[in-house]
Design a protein around this ligand. Structure first.
Ligand SMILES: C[S@@+](CC[C@H](N)C(=O)[O-])C[C@H]1O[C@@H](n2cnc3c(N)ncnc32)[C@H](O)[C@@H]1O
Ligand code: SF4
Length: 335
């Protein structure tokens, strides 16, 4: 959400990419990606004494170690006890602000149901505004979204409540691999049925099931999207393109992004995305049929890890004559 005053609009636009957003990372912004950015500019005439929106994303904690997570790589390195003291201080400081909040959201940078401070803040939220004026938006990996954990924040059910649940795959092997967990995907499937029951009762008002589309799971996406809609009653299915996250292994990062123009699976990915399910208005493809901005492997390595790039180029150079001979031999033998 972007908030600007009418007068400051010009300065805002100057500061944020000259109005054409050319400095923005399009794959990271659904509004740019889907061409709706102008709908999200808000006019505010006076700066209010208290903010009306609260975005909770400070607690760096999660029960998963997703191989592709952009958040984890930015987390502070201090021991949890030290960070915990900071989170408790934030929880205290937020208390007087809470009644004035009309829109609350959590948790874009860690896992909601493992973030004790954020859960506390959510559970204590008693807005001065009427329930009809208030909304909440939750994002979670769904692994702990069962009846017991929901109880902690069921007060949110009285407001306009949107829930987004990220699932890497419905295939157990792929799920465990990408989410870095030993938890069976069946647990998440059971939880999705529980969440569906909340949606059917109108406690949840919008259910989005999301995935990060990448080399390991892209071919599963047609079935994934169908299942989200038909079995779990998702209002929307968000297919978010993998953003290079800087795991430290840049060759692996590069290979994970099969939307790049020179990726060996790019054509296969394009074909998969021709499936009619992606025409369903419930499916939001943030990839938008575009190639990603990831360059070819050698340029990518030059940008991120020069040492590896040189090693890679030397290896390619050394192997090149052997490959040529192998190809010629195959041709001669008619294979
Ligand atoms: C950091 S997570 C926090 C919320 C929650 N733990 C979850 O996984 O849904 C927020 C969102 O970012 C997405 N995400 C993480 N790494 C990403 C990447 N490299 N590219 C694109 N999306 C990514 C997640 O899949 C999730 O939908
Ligand atoms: S569940 Fe969310 S926060 Fe946790 S590692 Fe995966 S993407 Fe990151």
């Amino acid at each position: 959400m972007t908030s600007i005053t009418a007068k400051k609009r010009k300065v805002f636009i100057q500061n944020w990419g000259g109005g054409d957003y050319s400095d923005c990372l399009i794959d990271a912004c659904p509004y740019l990606s889907m061409g709706t950015i102008n709908d999200h500019l808000i006019e505010i005439d006076d700066i209010p004494e208290y903010p009306s929106s609260l975005y909770l994303a400070h607690e760096e904690i999660c029960n998963y170690t997703c191989t592709f997570c952009t958040s984890r790589v930015t987390w502070k390195k201090e021991p949890l006890e030290v960070r915990q003291a900071g989170y408790e201080a934030i929880t205290e400081k937020l208390r007087p602000v809470l009644p004035h909040i009309k829109r609350i959201s959590a948790h874009g940078r860690g896992e909601l149901f493992t973030a004790k401070g954020i859960l506390k803040t959510l559970s204590e939220w008693k807005p001065l505004a009427s329930a009809e004026e208030c909304s909440a938006s939750l994002e979670t990996n769904g692994s702990l979204f069962d009846a017991e954990h929901w109880k902690q924040i069921e007060n949110l059910g009285q407001y306009n409540l949107r829930v987004a649940i990220t699932v890497t795959s419905f295939d157990d092997y792929t799920y465990k691999l990408l989410s870095g967990t030993t938890l069976s995907v069946q647990q998440v499937i059971d939880n999705l049925h529980f969440v569906k029951s909340l949606r059917e009762k109108g406690i949840i008002n919008h259910l989005e099931i999301a995935s990060v589309v990448q080399e390991r799971n892209f071919w599963q996406m047609p079935d994934f999207a169908r299942r989200c809609i038909e079995e779990f009653g998702a209002d929307t299915v968000r297919l978010r393109p993998y953003l290079v996250h800087g795991s430290g292994d840049f060759i692996r990062d590069w290979f994970t992004d099969m939307r790049s123009a020179t990726h060996p699976y790019r054509e296969e990915y394009r074909q998969i995305m021709q499936d009619p399910i992606f025409q369903n208005p419930k499916v939001l493809d943030w990839g938008g049929g575009r190639d990603s901005q990831t360059t070819d492997l050698l340029t990518f390595l030059m940008q991120h890890d020069r040492k590896k790039a040189v090693k890679f180029a030397l290896k390619e150079l050394a192997e090149w004559p052997f490959r040529k001979v192998k190809r010629a031999a195959k041709k001669l033998l008619g294979r």
